[in-house]
Design a protein around this ligand. Sequence first.
Ligand code: ADP
Length: 456
Amino acid sequence: MWPRVLSRLALLAGGQAVLGVLLGWWFGWPAALLAVVLFGLLLAGLDAWRAGVFIDWLREGELPEAPRLRGPWGEAVYRSVRRLRTLMQQRSASEQRLTDFLAAIQASPIGVLLLDAQGRIEWCNDIAGEHFGIDPRRDLLQHIGNLVREPAFAAYFAGKDYRAEVQLLGRQNTPAHPVRLAVQLARYGEGQLLMLSRDVTALAQAEAMRRDFVANVSHEIRTPLTVLAGFVETLQQLPLTEPERQCYLAMMAEQSERMQLLVNDLLMLSRLEGSPPPDLRSAVDLGELTARCETEARALSLLLHPLGERPQTLCVGPPPDFALAGAEGELRSAIANLINNAVRYTPGGGRIDVAWERLPGGGARLAVTDTGPGIQPEHLPRLGERFYRVDRSRARESGGTGLGLAIAKHVAQRHGGELQVSSTVGKGSCFALVFPASRVLPSAHHRQGAGALAAG
Ligand code: ADP
């Protein structure tokens, strides 16, 4: 700094000295002194004006309006402009980083709320807004306790131990659509709190389903096991006649068969859930498959309504002129379950129709229609859930495992289709498997026919 000050002073003194000598030589020394003083004042005034312009610009001016000054003030302006430019660039870079960061949190599937040391909302993303019914703009600076009013949350917030999360009901929770949230707080900065919320409804439902499933399986197995254990005890302890023994053994065989059916269905379900969707290349001959299911169903019908009772009428339509791309074993199981159910639930004298049809969009549909008791509308959405039964005692009487429709629904879905149910109480039901056009293939007979025509 000093060299610059000294050189400026030297310039000033030098200029004045030269001016003084020249004026003194021409007009005498008093005039020279006056001129030197006036020149000094002029220079000082010019400097003061430049300083004023610079300070005015620093106070209120914009960067593009930087004054054009000469000398040291010009350099001061130039350096200030450069410094301000660097600062502005740094500021816009940090603003951009903050915007990106907030956009990333906004895009997160987790709800995020930033609370100040008093528990007031400083910022929240849209997901958190949805979870707690908060408006991310209107509710800023509101205390979180005023907006999330569940007692479990109030206790968690007040407890100040935030190592574990707390489970709450979401704002949109209704009995028909439960919404469960897992909420956790974490401290950061100077007493601020980070609040995270996750939608764990699916997880809670899966956990509840798992619990129900284990309870149902245990219950289903316990009943025949208890009966079997009772019979074994009776056989061991009572002196029975041969016909009585035979009768008990037959009942024991029936119970063990029930358990076998249940275990088979459970294995089938677990295979369906754990394996990749069936291949699109293997064609299943539906005529043959339906005929095999028909034979089985007729035998079941005869067993349930022996000769002498009013028989059921089972009508199976003509074999379809198309095949399905899929897994034969799975399709057989699904079709057999629907036809066997119709046989089991339709009383003697009733009628069961089985028919394949082509749908307008190119898909295919198998409809199993019966004149059975029908099902009340409130049960229809739940059919296909494992172990869901409309009438428990009746279902068990007829020898079902409670998994038939779950298997049929799964198989349909794995083939890209769905299980449709319609029913009228007192009139009957229609269970249908609907498959998309992508699964429908020309049948083997058709292909052969086409081949023969082409060869001819
Ligand atoms: P289940 O082994 O008990 O028959 P399913 O999964 O096959 O189990 O069927 C579930 C329930 O749906 C049955 O318990 C029964 O109440 C009802 N259901 C199924 N098919 C019919 C039908 N054709 N007519 C009336 N009710 C039926």
